[in-house]
Design a binder for this molecule. Structure first.
Ligand SMILES: [Zn+2]
Length: 240
């Protein structure tokens, strides 16, 4: 069966931008351009000056660490709930991690220098970004604990739920290789874990396309780390 192209869902405003006072949002949007990130396109490279801060409208950006032996592992995940380029807010001009589109999408991009100006003059931007810093720290710390202790099927379910939330569509493209990077496991383990979730009817995985068939079932199959990370976001940055 030929695979149907995945259409890009309509862009809704990035949640951090939506949470800002109107004055801050207007100042940022006046300096922003809307850009499309193709699959694998970088927002910033590891150990290079971060040129832009990027607020996704859809799609998913992965923060990844490349080990000395060449292995690449995901260390963070950002969609329309967040921002890529947080080190710029924290007063740091580069990151050891590469940020790139793992699911293609659009976002609002602001040059790093212009972003710093808006933060310095802003009303509520500083507070929102501090809260998001806490949320991203929570996500990365809990994911580290999860990757250490929980079985790969539960981790895969958690990761698919996090991606599903950000993509906003039941169907999204995901290669085997990417899944291995996201989970930090070998391809064979990815095959087994995805096969297990598919056999019980939670997902369909074919030719690099994931379809979420049973969202409540996938939530039940995930470890509690998914709920912990999501609940902390909703507590600290409730929808406006
Ligand atoms: Zn877990």
């Amino acid at each position: 069966m030929p695979s149907t192209p995945v259409h890009t869902p309509p862009a809704v405003e990035n949640r951090l931008l939506a949470a800002l006072p109107a004055s801050d949002r207007a100042r940022l949007l006046a300096r922003a351009e809307t850009v499309h990130l193709d699959l694998r396109r970088s927002v910033h490279e590891a150990n290079e000056t971060i040129p832009h801060v990027y607020f996704p409208l859809n799609g998913v950006v992965s923060l990844t660490s490349q080990m000395e032996g060449g292995d690449v592992v995901e260390v963070g995940l950002v969609g329309r709930e967040g921002v890529v380029g947080l080190p710029v807010f924290l007063g740091v001009d580069a990151s050891p991690f590469r940020a790139f589109a793992q699911v293609a999408g659009e976002g609002r991009r602001v040059a790093a220098a212009a972003f710093r100006e808006v933060v310095a003059r802003g009303d509520g931007l500083h507070d929102v970004l501090l809260r998001y810093t806490h949320v991203l720290l929570t996500q990365t710390a809990q994911a580290a604990a999860c990757n250490r202790l929980h079985p790969v099927e539960q981790r895969l379910a958690r990761w698919l739920l996090m991606t599903h939330d950000r993509v906003g569509e039941d169907r999204f493209p995901l290669t085997h290789e990417f899944l291995g990077v996201m989970l930090g496991v070998r391809r064979a383990s990815v095959t087994i874990a995805a096969g297990t979730l598919q056999q019980v009817g939670l997902i369909h995985y074919h030719r690099g396309q994931i379809t979420v068939l049973d969202r409540p079932g996938l939530e039940a199959a995930a470890c509690d780390c998914y709920r912990l990370i999501r609940a902390e976001y909703e507590r600290v940055l409730p929808a406006t």
